[in-house]
Design a protein around this ligand. Structure first.
Ligand SMILES: Cc1cc2nc3c(=O)[nH]c(=O)nc-3n(C[C@H](O)[C@H](O)[C@H](O)COP(=O)(O)OP(=O)(O)OC[C@H]3O[C@@H](n4cnc5c(N)ncnc54)[C@H](O)[C@@H]3O)c2cc1C
Length: 424
């Protein structure tokens, strides 16, 4: 049986779910939207606390100010608040060198520099918001396994749903970094391995983090500790993202917890006192991945399928969310003018508007770890001065904060205000 949907989103991860919510809010009722997700999604919640969503992993995400603005516009920020730990300050340092800098939200008149949320809770909140919105058809568990051009747009084969073949006016590919659909469509990928893994785990400390995030650059790669909400009284947790050579990351993933904590304590020091516990450890190979094409007639590649970044400055998802907001507003404007949702000129307009932000953010994430890992003594001195300089030179510091908060891009061409409103 063939069925037609105006828009099909393939992949209901953090990007696909956000896209569904935003399009559901921005487009008129007569535009049909369908979200297909490979994992079983949680059931609508009647009351009480949601369950962890299995398809959202054990990682945490630092949401920038630009993401806050987008989620506020989507109407989900208030519900998210319960799961967010505000970042009040960021301590940036360089292991074994003198340079360090403290970036404080209060210095800018803001209440937070960003917000840390565990992916599982963010995913859950988005899915529950989708149920409440009641605008998007959700098909899960099911997978879009094939896509090919058709007269009206794209023809899709879906496995796991009642019906098997869909036609759609616009396919939004949001199936992650290893996107099978991108490959199906013959879209090439430029991939540059960092030859490093990110070791991710939650760590408990003796002392409270007081909303401080730590970004420590070491000769092997950056080590970040993001403040998390306590899950029990008196517990002080931070989310570790530790970039390491692959063999070392694997050894540290497999070694006994005591040995792991000892090594981490040696690297990080005692700023938060003694480390007492580590949760499940996961390793992610790191690469800069960019899709060679993002738009075609009736197709847009989104999220990690379009660009996967080094996690050093927590930019990947924040960038993807700005893509989501821009694409939704361009499609909504096109629909209001009577353009088909998959019209190539419309989709190209989205890309033209969003490409400068993508390029800036990718360059920032790509060059930051390299600058700090370089063994060259002149560069070493330069980065020490740069770090001290962040404290000495307010404009430089402000620029760094603007990038970290996703404002350098949010502010360009879209008229969002960077400063001043960042309260609450
Ligand atoms: C260690 C680490 C830390 C990070 N920290 C941050 C941070 O602090 N801030 C930040 O902004 N970014 C961060 N990122 C980046 C962020 O995690 C990604 O940008 C984000 O996860 C991308 O989400 P996605 O929805 O595109 O992909 P995914 O999360 O991979 O979701 C893809 C979804 O598609 C589904 N799927 C796959 N194939 C199909 C199919 N054929 N049909 C239907 N469904 C399908 C999958 O089940 C999955 O649910 C980090 C990344 C790493 C590796």
């Amino acid at each position: 049986m063939k069925t037609y949907r105006d828009i099909v989103i393939a992949g209901g991860g953090m990007v696909g779910a956000s896209l569904a919510l935003q399009l559901g809010a921005a487009l008129p009722e007569q535009v049909s939207i369908c979200l297909v997700e490979g994992y079983p999604l949680p059931a609508p919640l009647a009351a009480g606390k949601p369950e962890y969503h299995p398809s959202f992993d054990a990682r945490s995400t630092a949401l920038s100010y630009s993401s806050r603005v987008i989620y506020e516009q989507m109407g989900v920020w208030d519900e998210l608040q319960e799961w967010l730990c505000p970042i009040r300050s960021i301590h940036v340092s360089n292991r074994g060198r003198f340079g360090s800098s403290l970036l404080q939200a209060a210095d800018y008149g803001w209440s937070a520099l960003g917000y840390v949320v565990e992916n599982a809770w963010l995913g859950n909140a988005l899915i529950q918001a989708l149920y409440r919105q009641g605008r998007v058809e959700i098909i899960s568990p099911a997978r879009v396994v094939a896509a090919s051009p058709a007269r009206q747009g794209m023809s899709l084969r879906v496995e796991g749903a009642g019906q098997e073949v869909f036609d759609t006016g616009l396919l939004l590919v949001a199936d992650g970094a290893t996107s099978g659909l991108r490959e199906q469509l013959g879209v090439a990928v430029q991939e540059k391995s960092y030859r490093q893994h990110a070791l991710v785990a939650n760590v408990a400390f003796a002392q409270a983090h007081n909303g401080c995030a730590y970004e420590r650059f070491t000769d092997q790669g950056p080590l970040a500790l993001l403040p998390l909400l306590s899950s029990a009284p008196g517990e002080h947790r931070s989310a570790l993202v530790w970039t390491l050579p692959p063999a070392q990351a694997r050894d540290l993933q497999a070694c006994p917890p005591e040995a792991f904590l000892q090594t981490l304590q040696d690297r990080f020091g005692y700023r938060l006192g003694r480390m007492s516990q580590v949760g499940e450890r996961h390793c992610y190979p790191l690469a800069l991945m960019q899709s060679s094409e993002q738009v075609r007639q009736a197709v847009v590649v989104m999220g990690n399928a379009a660009h996967a970044l080094h996690p050093v400055a927590g930019q990947g998802f924040n960038l993807a969310l700005r893509d989501v907001a821009e694409l939704s507003s361009v499609i909504a404007a096109g629909v209001a003018r009577g353009q088909p949702v998959g019209d190539l000129a419309l989709l190209q307009r989205y890309l033209r508007r969003q490409l400068p932000d993508q390029e800036r953010t990718i360059q920032f994430s790509h060059h930051l770890p390299g600058l700090f890992m370089h063994g060259d003594p002149i560069l070493g001195l330069a980065r020490d001065l740069a770090l001290s300089g962040l404290d000495i030179l307010p404009p430089l510091k402000r620029e760094f904060v603007r990038y970290a908060a996703g404002m350098a891009s949010a502010n360009d061409g879209r008229g969002e205000s960077a400063g001043g409103q960042h309260n609450g």
